[in-house]
Design a protein around this ligand. Structure first.
Ligand code: AP5
Length: 215
C-alpha cells in the first residue's frame, strides 16, 4: 500500500506514519527525518538544507524533488508511508510524474486536520530522539524514562525549529505554500480528511478506517 500523509507542522504526521508503516510493513519515508539525517552525516544536501530548516523555511524544490524521487524509486519502496513531501505544487507534480513512471500510484492521501492552537501546544512539548527520530511529547506521549528514548536510550532533544517564533513561521509557510496541495489531491477519489484531534490511538483508528484496514 502507498499512503501519503499531509498536514501542518506538528499535526502528528510522523507519529502516525511511523506506526502505520510498521503495521503495513512498509518503509516510513519522512522528508524531515531524511534531511535531519543528511545534516547529521554532513552531506552536501544536509549542509544546503540546514539554514532553511532552522529558519522554518522550505528547502528549495530542486533539492527536495531529486532526493525524494530517488528514495521512492528504491526497491524497498514498492509500498510506503510518505510524510512531509510534497509541500509545494511543483513537488506534487514531480511526485505524480515519478510515481507514474515507476508505476507506483498512491492508494490514499490522508490530510490530518489540526487547528493552529493545538499545534503550538504539541510542538512546545515535543522532544525528539536524535538517533531514531522518534517524537515524544512531555505530556501527551512521554517516554518511559523521562528524557530518554524508549527505543535506544538516547537523550531526547528539542528540535531547533520548535522554538515558538519559528513554529509560527512554519505555520505561515504551510498555509501559504502547502494548502494548494489539498486541492491537488482532492480530485481523484484517493483523498480523505481525518480529524487529528484526540489521542494518538483515536487518530490512528480514524486513519485505519479511511484506508480500509481493521483496528
Ligand atoms: P518536518 O520534519 O517534515 O516537519 P513538519 O512537517 O513541520 O512536521 P513535524 O515533524 O514538525 O510534525 P509532525 O506532523 O510529524 O508531528 P509529530 O508526529 O512529530 O520538516 C522540517 C523542515 O524540513 C521543514 O520546516 C522544511 O524546512 C524541511 N522540509 C521537510 N520536507 C520538505 C519539503 N518537502 N520541501 C521543503 N522543505 C522540506 O507530532 C508533534 C508533537 O505532537 C509530538 O510531540 C507528538 O508526540 C505529539 N502528538 C502527536 N500526535 C498527538 C495527538 N494525537 N495528541 C497529542 N499530541 C500528539
Amino acid at each position: 500500500m502507498r499512503i501519503l500523509l499531509v498536514g501542518p507542522p506538528g499535526a502528528g504526521k510522523g507519529t502516525q506514519a511511523r506506526q502505520l508503516a510498521e503495521r503495513l510493513e512498509v518503509p516510513h519515508i519522512a522528508s524531515g527525518d531524511l534531511l535531519r539525517g543528511a545534516i547529521a552525516e554532513g552531506t552536501e544536501l544536509g549542509l544546503a538544507a540546514k539554514a532553511y530548516m532552522d529558519r522554518g523555511d522550505l528547502v528549495p524544490d530542486e533539492l527536495m524533488i531529486r532526493f525524494i524521487a530517488d528514495r521512492v524509486s528504491e526497491p524497498d519502496a514498492d509500498g510506503f508511508v510518505l510524510d512531509g513531501f510534497p509541500r509545494t505544487d511543483a513537488q506534487a507534480l514531480a511526485l505524480d510524474e515519478v510515481l507514474e513512471r515507476i508505476d507506483r500510484p498512491l492508494d490514499k492521501v490522508i490530510h490530518l486536520d489540526v487547528p493552529n492552537e493545538e499545534i503550538v501546544d504539541r510542538l512546545s512539548g515535543r522532544r525528539m530522539c536524535p538517533t531514531c527520530q522518534r517524537a515524544y511529547h512531555v505530556k501527551y506521549d512521554p517516554p518511559q524514562e523521562p528524557g530518554r528514548c524508549d527505543e535506544d536510550g538516547t537523550e531526547l532533544v528539542t528540535r531547533p525549529d520548535d522554538a515558538p517564533e519559528t513554529v509560527q513561521h512554519r505555520l505561515d509557510v504551510y498555509h501559504s505554500a502547502t494548502k494548494g496541495l489539498l486541492r491537488h489531491y482532492d480530485r481523484d477519489g484517493v483523498f480523505s480528511c481525518v480529524d487529528g484531534i484526540g489521542t494518538v490511538d483515536e487518530v490512528a483508528a480514524r486513519i485505519h478506517k479511511a484506508i480500509g484496514i481493521e483496528g
